[in-house]
Each structure stands twice: as C-alpha cells, then as structure tokens.
Write a protein that binds this ligand. Structure first.
Ligand code: FES
Length: 120
C-alpha cells in the first residue's frame, strides 16, 4: 500500500447509530489515529486530535460521544463537537473544527481518505 492511499476502515452497517470505531491512517508517513462516528444513521470520520491541545479525545478507549449521543466530547477539558460537521460548539476550542477524514463507500466497504486539515 502506498502512503496516503484510501484504506478500508469498516463494512457498511458495521458501526451502529450512536457508536464509534477507531482506525489508523498513514498521513505523510505517520500513523494517525482517527475515528468513525455513526450519527443519526450517517457516517462521519475525524482525526482523533482535539483542536484545543493536540491530544486524543477519548478518555476511555473508543468513548467519543456524550451519553445522549448528541456530541463528540473531548475528555480532557469537556469540549463538545458537532458529529456531522466537527465544529466545536462548547469549550476552549469553540468555533474550531476537527480535521475531517473524507469517506467513500465501495462494494459494501467504507474507505477513509487523507484527512482535510481544518483551516479555522
Ligand atoms: S484538549 Fe480537548 S478541550 Fe482541551
């Protein structure tokens, strides 16, 4: 596999609504932790790196969502991000966006592409 090639990260239907799944992507030769989130039946993916301090956001492994499943939560300082846009709506990085990982579906497989760095 060449660097930054899209990779299969899940099968369609594997990640249930209200749940998440972590995966690794190679970005510029570096292993980068990312996660899928199924929000209201739609899949989104982001780099697992807060926009406040560049730390992973899940305190317990693969726990990204608030209890009601409404927001992606950063466990360190409690920032809340919109699952469908990655925008922070509460907390220190308010107004900033998570780095999005574009997804495509091919033959029942979910492919992750090179992340798009948020430029806010
Ligand atoms: S590191 Fe995420 S809110 Fe501070």
């Amino acid at each position: 596999m060449t660097q930054d090639s899209p990779i299969v990260v899940a099968r369609v239907g594997e990640v249930d609504p209200g749940t998440t799944k972590k995966f690794m992507l190679t970005v510029d030769g570096r292993e980068t932790e990312c996660f899928l989130v199924n929000y209201s039946g739609q899949l989104f993916a982001y780099v697992n790196r807060c926009r406040h301090v560049p730390m992973t956001m899940d305190w317990i492994d693969n726990q990204f969502l608030t209890e009601d499943g409404r927001y992606i939560l950063c466990a360190t300082h409690g920032a809340a991000f919109e699952p469908d846009s990655g925008e922070c709506v509460f907390g220190p990085p308010c107004g900033k966006f998570l780095d999005r990982v574009p997804l495509t579906i091919e033959n029942d497989e979910v492919l992750a592409h090179r992340p798009i760095e948020a430029d806010d």
